[in-house]
Design a protein around this ligand. Structure first.
Ligand code: APR
Length: 169
């Protein structure tokens, strides 16, 4: 299936799932995480708190994925991933960013999710160089999206949308 590109707010998408660029504690934050928590409503925080910690303050290690309902969102599910913080590129950031995308797709498939939207994971507060992040996201989705799954990249701003448009050409 062709990968789609949408410019806008991921919280408005009526798909089976949207992906959240979360923090390891799944405690909510700014950026897309804040927007998703606001739109999903307070039940989302409670659902995140119910996800067991794998070590203190870590419910989802970097590169992994966890799932909750979407609550008040039009999307039925939220797949939370934790992208790497960019620290120069020699701390395994590319593999961790690839992992986020792969694990989100695998979790989606395990839940019978047929349509999913990704934001630009790690490209905000976490400081990943956008051009490098786009290449990884597109390569992994092309290689790992299960047959028949509708995958959308949802970019908030025009510059990121343009990067994806070029990468998807
Ligand atoms: N819809 C789609 N994309 C959005 C939205 C939205 N409503 N709001 C912001 N974005 C975009 C940003 O423009 C950026 O390109 O999401 C991208 C990712 O930025 P961040 O949300 O800052 O995510 P990230 O860099 O992965 O940092 C994660 O930020 O909010 C905290 O708790 C979160 O600690 C975690 C960190």
């Amino acid at each position: 299936m062709p990968i789609e590109l949408i410019q806008g707010d991921i919280t408005g998408l009526r798909l089976d799932a949207i992906v959240n660029a979360a923090n390891a504690a799944l405690s909510g934050g700014g950026g897309v995480d804040g927007a998703i928590h606001r739109a999903a409503g307070p039940a989302l925080s409670a659902a995140c708190k119910a996800i067991p910690m794998v070590r203190p303050f870590v419910r989802c290690p970097t590169g992994e994925a966890r799932i909750t309902p979407g609550f008040d969102l039009p999307a039925r599910w939220i797949i939370h991933v934790v992208g790497p913080v960019w620290s120069g590129g020699r701390e395994g950031e590319p593999e961790l960013l690839a992992s986020c995308h792969r694990n989100a797709l695998a979790l989606a498939q395990a839940h019978g999710i047929a349509s999913i939207a990704f934001p630009a994971i790690s490209c905000g507060v976490f400081g990943y160089p956008p051009d490098q992040a786009v290449d990884i996201a597109v390569r992994i989705v092309r290689a790992h999206a299960p047959d028949g799954m509708r995958v959308v990249f949802c970019m908030f701003d025009a510059a990121m949308a343009e990067r994806y448009r070029r990468a998807l050409e």
